[in-house]
Design a protein around this ligand. Structure first.
Ligand code: F6P
Length: 548
C-alpha cells in the first residue's frame, strides 16, 4: 500500500494555506474582469482529450489558482495514489481491497496481476460469456421455458446494480435493439415491480438479478417476487432456469437463491458497486446495445483512463474537474454541484452521478480515521436541460446560494429534427454566459427598463460553470464521460485523504430496519425512542384499513 502517513493533513499543506489566502483575493474579483483582461481566456482555459472538449474558463479562477491547485494535488500525492489504484494496491483501506474498475476496460492483451492473478484474463473471460449470452438473447436463439424467444429483459438490482444499468440503457437507447423491452426494478416498494411487470408476458421475460453481494434485502425481495410471478404464470419451478440469470460476486448465495451458477456472470470484490456498470453488472446494457457497442463503451473509458494516467495535472481533464470541484467547495464555499446534461438520453445521468460522487466522497474521517477539519464531498444534483431552466434555474441565477454547474452537450443530435438541436444547444451556451456575466443595472437602463423593476432584473453573474462538449452521444463518448467523473471523484477523495471506496454510512439504517421489520406485523412492545415508537404505533393501527 502506498504510504501516505507522512502527508500532512489537508489544511496543513502549503498549497492549501496559499489557496486559502488566494481565495480571499479571488472572491473580490469578477468573471467579467477576467474575460476583459484576457481576450483569449475562453480558448486558453480549455482542454481536449479523447472526444471531450472541456471549457473551464467560466470558473472564478486565474492561472495562479490552477498552479496552486496542481501544487495541492502534488502535495496530496494524487498521482502516486492514482498509480497505486491502477497497480491494484489496496487503496480501499477500510475494506482492505484493491479498486480496479479501470481493469474492466483494459484490452484483452494487457496484463494486470493482482495478488498473483492476471485479472485482465478473468475480465475478458466474463466479457466473452456475456457477449455470447447477449447474442443469443438478441437473435432469439435463447428460448424460454415454453420455447418462445426472450423479448423482455428486467434488471433487478439497486444502487450501483441499478443506477449504472438504467442510466446506460437510457443514454444508449438510440443504439438498442428496438424489439426488446427493458425494465429496471430497484425499489422494494412493490409498486416498482408490479408496474414493471404488469404488461409483460412471462414466457418472453428474462430476469437479470444484479447484486454484488447477493445479500441486499431490496433486491432479494424483488427477485423472490419476480420468481413467484414467473412460476405462477408458467406453472413450473423449473422455468426459473431459462428465465433467471444472476450477476454477482457471490456464487454461494446465487445458488442458495435457486439460480444455477452456470447462469451466473461473475465480477470481483475489487469492483465497487458504484463503479460496476462496465462489469457483468452491465449485462442488460450489453443485451440492449450489443457486444460491439459495449466494447466501444469500454474503449471510451479506457482512453480517458490513459489520459488520466499520463497527462500532466494541468492538462488532465479529470484532475482539473476534481480540483475545480475542491476549489469551489472548500475555498469559495459553494456547497453543491449541478450537473445539467442537455440531452434527453442522459436524463438518468444526474441520479447515477449522485451515487458515484456522494457515496464515494460523503465521508467525515481521513483514511487514518481522524475527523476531517474541512469540507468533503459536495452535494451533486441535476436535471436535463432545458427542462431545469423552467424550474430551478431561477435560484441558480439570482438566489443567494451559488451553484457551480457542469453543462454537458453534443454537437450533433442523434435525432435531428428541424431546428430542435440548435435551440437546445443555444441554451447551454446562453445559460453559461448568463451565469458568468449576468446583466447590470446600467445595461438594463440602456434597454429602457423601468427603474422600479431594475433591482429585480439585475443578474449579478460571476457564477461558475464548466462546459463539456463532445461530437455526439455514442457508446464510446458515454464511456469517456463515466471515466471522467469516476476519476474526478478519485482526485477529490485523494486530496481530502478519505476512503472514496467504502460506504459504511449506509449500514446503520439497514441494521435498524431489519430490527423494525418484524415489529410491524406483530404487537410486541416497542423499545425505541418515543418518536419511533409513536410512528410504528401509527403504522400498525392504520396498516389494515389505510383510512384516516
Ligand atoms: O447500500 C449501498 C450499497 O451497498 C451500494 O454501495 C451498492 O451499489 C448497493 O448497495 C447494492 O449492493 P448489491 O449490488 O450488493 O446488491
Amino acid at each position: 500500500m502506498h504510504d501516505t502517513s507522512t502527508t500532512p493533513p489537508f489544511p496543513g499543506r502549503p498549497a492549501w494555506i496559499a489557496l486559502n489566502s488566494h481565495a480571499t483575493e479571488i472572491k473580490t474579483r469578477r468573471l467579467r474582469e477576467f474575460f476583459d483582461a484576457d481576450k483569449n481566456r475562453g480558448t486558453r482555459l480549455h482542454l481536449e482529450a479523447e472526444n471531450l472538449y472541456f471549457d473551464y474558463s467560466k470558473n472564478r479562477l486565474t492561472d495562479e489558482t490552477v498552479r496552486l491547485l496542481a501544487q495541492l494535488a502534488r502535495e496530496s500525492r494524487v498521482e502516486e495514489r492514482r498509480d497505486a489504484m491502477f497497480a491494484g494496491e489496496h487503496v480501499n483501506v477500510s475494506e482492505n481491497r484493491a479498486v480496479l474498475h479501470v481493469a474492466l476496460r483494459l484490452p484483452h492483451d494487457a496484463t494486470l496481476n493482482v495478488d498473483g492473478v492476471n485479472v485482465v484474463a478473468e475480465v475478458h473471460q466474463v466479457l466473452n460469456r456475456m457477449a455470447d449470452f447477449a447474442r443469443k438473447i438478441r437473435s432469439g436463439e435463447w428460448r424460454g421455458h415454453t420455447n418462445k424467444p426472450i423479448r423482455n429483459v428486467v434488471n433487478v438490482g439497486i444502487g450501483g446494480s441499478d443506477l449504472g444499468p438504467v442510466m446506460a440503457y437510457e443514454a444508449l437507447r438510440h443504439f438498442s435493439q428496438r424489439d426488446l423491452t427493458f425494465r429496471f426494478v430497484s425499489n422494494v416498494d412493490a409498486t416498482d415491480i408490479v408496474e414493471a411487470l404488469h404488461d409483460l408476458d412471462a414466457e418472453e421475460t428474462l430476469f437479470v438479478i444484479s447484486s454484488k453481494t447477493f445479500g441486499t434485502l431490496e433486491t432479494l425481495t424483488n427477485a423472490t417476487s419476480a420468481r413467484t410471478w414467473l412460476v405462477e404464470r408458467l406453472g413450473d419451478d423449473s422455468a426459473v432456469a431459462k428465465h433467471f440469470v444472476a450477476v454477482s460476486t457471490n456464487a454461494d448465495k446465487v445458488a442458495a437463491f435457486g439460480i444455477d451458477v452456470a447462469n451466473m456472470f461473475e465480477f470481483w470484490d475489487w469492483v465497487g458497486g458504484r463503479y460496476s456498470m462496465e462489469s457483468a453488472i452491465g449485462l442488460s446494457t450489453m443485451i440492449a446495445i450489443g457486444p460491439e457497442n459495449f466494447y466501444e463503451l469500454l474503449a471510451g473509458s479506457h482512453a480517458i483512463d490513459q489520459h488520466f494516467l499520463h497527462a500532466p495535472i494541468e492538462e488532465n481533464i479529470p484532475m482539473l474537474l476534481g480540483l475545480i470541484a475542491i476549489w469551489n467547495h472548500d475555498f469559495l464555499g459553494f456547497p453543491t454541484v449541478g450537473v445539467m446534461p442537455y440531452d434527453q438520453y442522459l436524463h438518468r445521468l444526474p441520479a447515477y452521478l449522485q451515487q458515484l460522487t456522494m457515496e464515494s466522497n460523503g465521508k467525515h474521517v481521513t483514511q487514518h480515521g481522524d475527523h476531517v477539519t474541512y469540507e468533503t464531498g459536495p452535494i451533486y444534483w441535476g436535471e436535463p436541460g432545458t427542462n431545469g431552466q423552467h424550474s430551478f434555474y431561477q435560484l441558480i441565477h439570482q438566489g443567494t446560494t451559488i451553484v457551480p454547474v457542469d453543462f454537458i452537450g453534443f454537437a450533433k443530435s442523434l435525432n435531428p429534427l428541424g431546428d430542435h438541436h440548435d435551440i437546445l444547444m443555444s441554451n447551454i451556451f446562453a445559460q453559461a454566459q448568463a451565469l458568468a456575466f449576468g446583466k447590470s443595472a446600467e445595461e438594463l437602463r440602456a434597454e429602457g427598463a423601468e427603474e422600479r423593476v431594475i433591482p429585480h432584473r439585475v443578474m449579478e453573474g460571476n457564477r461558475p460553470s464548466n462546459v463539456l462538449l463532445a461530437p455526439e452521444l455514442s457508446p464510446r463518448v458515454l464511456g469517456s464521460l463515466i471515466a471522467l467523473y469516476e476519476h474526478s471523484v478519485f482526485v477529490q477523495g485523494a486530496v481530502w485523504d478519505i476512503d472514496s471506496f467504502d460506504q459504511w454510512g449506509v449500514e446503520l439504517g439497514k441494521q435498524l430496519s431489519v430490527k423494525i421489520i418484524p415489529e410491524l406485523s406483530s404487537d410486541v412492545p416497542l423499545t425505541h425512542d418515543s418518536s419511533t415508537n409513536a410512528l410504528i404505533s401509527y403504522y400498525r393501527s392504520h396498516k389494515q384499513t389505510g383510512q384516516s
